[in-house]
Design a protein around this ligand. Structure first.
Ligand SMILES: [Zn+2]
Length: 152
């Protein structure tokens, strides 16, 4: 867990929520604290419910989902829905950005950062004459052993 990211996002989330007139009720505060630590990369909605329960004082699934919806509506978390329709969430922070690799075989998600990719996207945006508000890159495939040829 990146503690600087946790603290920065928590402060941002509190400002954003109070700016939106949302009171920091206990259920909301617990979900926000959980996401700051465990939601730095995609975590399933059900895992969030279970994780909160493990931490004690979980709260009803419906209220956790409602808070996640609020956070998503405020742009504080990103939502990713897989082929089965299951939602996963991760916190959104302007200064911390990563992409995802999804393993075709297992569905496992791996986060990665790539400065050259960011540069390429910025150049593409310039070429297209657009001002980007965001982008989402998901690579899919299978892991190959290092040094092995990627073909079959
Ligand atoms: Zn991620």
């Amino acid at each position: 867990m990146d503690q600087a990211l946790r603290d920065r996002w928590l402060a941002h989330a509190r400002r954003r929520m109070s700016g939106a007139g949302l009171r920091t009720g206990a259920a909301r505060a617990r979900v926000v604290a959980f996401m700051a630590e465990e939601g730095q990369c995609l975590v399933g909605a059900q895992e969030i419910v279970d994780g909160l329960r493990e931490r004690g004082g979980g709260g009803a699934q419906a209220s956790v989902y409602r808070v996640l919806d609020e956070l998503h509506g405020l742009g504080l978390v990103r939502r990713s829905v897989d082929d089965q329709g299951a939602a996963r969430y991760e916190i959104h922070d302007d200064d911390h950005h990563h992409h995802h690799f999804v393993d075709d075989a297992t569905g496992a998600v791996t986060a990665f950062e790539d400065a050259a990719l960011e540069d390429a996207l910025a150049e593409a945006a310039e070429r297209l004459g657009v001002e980007l508000s965001g982008h989402e890159i998901v690579l899919r495939g299978r892991k190959v052993p290092r040094g092995a040829p990627a073909g079959d």
